[in-house]
Write a protein that binds this ligand. Structure first.
Ligand SMILES: [Zn+2]
Length: 340
């Protein structure tokens, strides 16, 4: 079985965007008003939006299950206040739940959290619990920078984040560390801000001792870990200067990377540097890069090809395509039994 641990509902019916635009307009017009409002999307609309995009690509590319979450750039945690973020997150998570209910063999849900800059992340616990306990979601996306490119909240190792970590451990669900859109014109969202977010999160984890406090906490750093694998020597050296343990002991029991690296040399490097136990197959389709690579004639985000081109042992290949995802997302077995 091939499990893609990183997919977003980027092809959702246009009503969801209309809802968001209305919500934003209402913020400006009547800041005191906080009605959640309603959204009307039929099952047929959802089926069509999935059938012609994510499901079609699963079939064409030969993957089986996608761990599926709301559009990451659309989380927009910087917009409005905590109530805005809660309503928006609930609407987005409800839609993911509907996709997973309509296509239970192909999609398993991961939630967006109702984060807001300057508001303690403990605020997100009820929505996390709702999604895991009521919807059977198996993880969440945690935004290390809800300000959208200005990094105003404390680093991930700060006690600011501890209540949400306690809940993640209690529920036994991992978090993918995933920023949303960039509001800072210096950082392109998917080309700059995403990769910054991944790299910065890893560096924050090096300087702290988070996993001493939370040995059961699991993070997935997407997009191949940002710049981390390429600069592994730098990070090992900085950890050494800081008198931290070896990175494999300091972080690699808890931190995992995905394969959303869109060329063969990048994947080759990832697997050369990072142990196979810490790599989860993913494509992030339909997402950041949608074109065809003229050098290969294949889609950039057809990442299965790159992994298949590696000289992996059958054991490591199984780990990367399925076993590691099952280990990290331990609730996955409730949705997709092993050996299906
Ligand atoms: Zn993503």
């Amino acid at each position: 079985m091939i499990i893609d641990c990183h997919g977003h509902y980027t092809t959702a019916p246009k009503e969801i965007e209309a809802y968001r635009q209305k919500q934003i307009a209402e913020l400006k017009e009547s800041p005191g008003s906080r009605s959640k409002g309603t959204i009307s999307i039929s099952d047929d609309q959802i089926r069509e939006s999935i059938d012609k995009a994510q499901l079609k690509l699963q079939r064409e590319r030969g993957t089986d299950v996608t761990i599926f979450s709301p559009r990451a750039a659309g989380m927009g945690h910087h917009i409005g206040d905590a109530t805005t973020s809660l309503h928006w997150s609930q609407v987005c998570n409800d839609l993911i739940h509907r996709v997973c209910t309509l296509f239970p063999q192909n999609f398993v849900g991961v939630c967006q959290l109702p984060q807001t800059p300057g508001v303690p992340p403990a605020n997100c616990i009820p929505e996390l619990e709702r999604c895991v306990k009521e919807y059977g979601f198996i993880g969440c996306n945690l935004n290390p920078d809800p300000s959208g490119g200005y990094w105003k909240d404390p680093p991930l190792t700060d006690k600011w984040w501890y209540p949400i970590y306690e809940k993640l451990v209690e529920l036994d669900v991992p978090a993918m560390i995933h920023v949303s859109m960039s509001c800072n014109p210096n950082f392109h969202t998917t080309g700059g801000h995403y990769i910054n977010g991944d790299t910065t999160a890893f560096m924050q984890l090096i300087t702290g001792d988070l996993f001493k406090d939370f040995p059961g906490l699991k993070f997935i750093i997407p997009h191949g870990g940002g710049a981390v694998p390429y600069h592994w020597g730098r990070y090992r050296g900085i950890a050494q200067d800081l008198k931290k343990p070896l990175l494999k002991d300091h972080l690699l029991n808890n931190v995992f990377f995905d394969t959303c690296v869109y060329h063969q040399p990048g994947i080759d490097l990832l697997f050369k540097v990072i142990p196979a136990d810490n790599i989860l197959f993913a494509s992030e389709m339909v997402g950041a890069v949608r074109g065809i690579d003229p050098e290969t004639g294949n889609y950039y985000d057809d990442t299965k090809r790159y992994v298949e081109a590696l000289a992996l042992s059958p054991e490591n290949r199984q780990k990367v395509f399925e076993g590691n995802a099952r280990r990290v997302y331990s609730r996955l077995k409730n949705k997709i039994p092993a050996g299906r």
